[in-house]
Design a protein around this ligand. Sequence first.
Ligand code: PEP
Ligand code: CO
Length: 464
Amino acid sequence: MSEAGDVPAESSARWAPDSWQQRQALQQPSYDDPDELARAGTHLAQLPPLVTSWEVLALKQAIAEAQDGKRFLLQGGDCAESFADCTSPVISNRLKVLLQMSLVLVHGLKKPVLRVGRFAGQYAKPRSADSETRDGVTLPSFRGDVVNGQEFTAAARRPDPQRLIQAHAHSALTMNFVRALIDGGFADLHHPEYWNLAWVEHSPLAAEYRKMVAGIGDSLRFMETLAGPIAGFSKVDFFTSHEALLLHYEQALTRQVPRHPGWFNLSTHFPWIGMRTAALDGAHVEYFRGIRNPIAVKVGPSVTPAQLLPLIDALNLDDEPGRLTLIHRMGNAKIATALPLLLEAVKRAGRRVLWVADPMHGNTESTSNGHKTRRFDNIRGELEQAFDIHAAAGTRLGGVHLELTGEDVTECMGGARGLSEGDLDRAYKSMVDPRLNYEQSLELAMLIVRKSVGGATVAGTNSE
Ligand code: PEP
Ligand code: CO
């Protein structure tokens, strides 16, 4: 049980956008020129923000509704965005997959879907080692395009503060294009054909998807015949998220605004703390406790209730609706033992969180030819178990967090087309973790509908 006395004394201490610098900050690059870093930070702090405080607060309200079971969160996108992939087809294809998945979910779950992209800022990656050695040469690890280049040369791997500015610019370009597409009617439910991807025609799932789209079109026309055009159907909201890992970047985009009190991270709507940087006394938790955004924390299999409850207190002492999302990423083999204890403890403590499943990060493995991959069966298995475990605990699985792409890649094995280890060489493009391709993503969306409609929700065991 968590009580006020468990809260570390520091939580009530003075907070400022730079107070994290008094704590241990894991997963930060070592910049070789502090003055150059400071100049880049000053420059970044003068540039306009990428999102606004009222969008951030609207998302918090929508997450509060998801906590009450009125919405389902779909959060997805690349493991790591790259500057090179800041192109029209990559951005629009990613949007198409997310829109198609959300259509499947809206249709099946009969509730609004909250769409959050892992994009427009997902440029920093945690790494298991600070350096990498090849043929006797040791260089800093690649930490994402906001830090250094992937190429294995001393020049590319040098952490370069100018990349902070470039990451902001590429995020703004991405954001601008997404906003323009959505404002221009790209997400209009009357025109789901806008979201078709070339290979949908050949997919084993195409028939089921087309039937759903036709059904939605019929219902929409029927309602509009009775009631006239329904404004809400011509647009959908899209929010952005990224792992707020590189704290110099996040600090520079942490702002005060005229009409809302407090500090907002205006680099994204919905930042999250990664599993490796979620220590209670660490710099990331210190930074996150002071911003007003809705925030998420990744929770891995080694986290105990005794660790999780003080973390909830540190990040959301007042139990504010919509503030805190917990993304569990346990792995197919561990979720059955690791998750129930946490659900039970949070429920007993009466804490308000949105529980979201990330069935990707606990299921990463390496093949014999060195590819990082994930088996679709493990991803599906973890997600199915997540629904069952929540139903048994009397808690609610309110969303999913996925790594996916609209490109026709072969990075995860299995799925409707049964991709094998041999297929991985054909189209393996990810810079870091393996992503679901278009078909595998849609298959998961269909599975979510089957699990939540066929299981807990209908049986009525999932109410809190
Ligand atoms: C990620 O989401 O890409 C990631 C590194 O996740 P985690 O912190 O859960 O390992
Ligand atoms: Co990843």
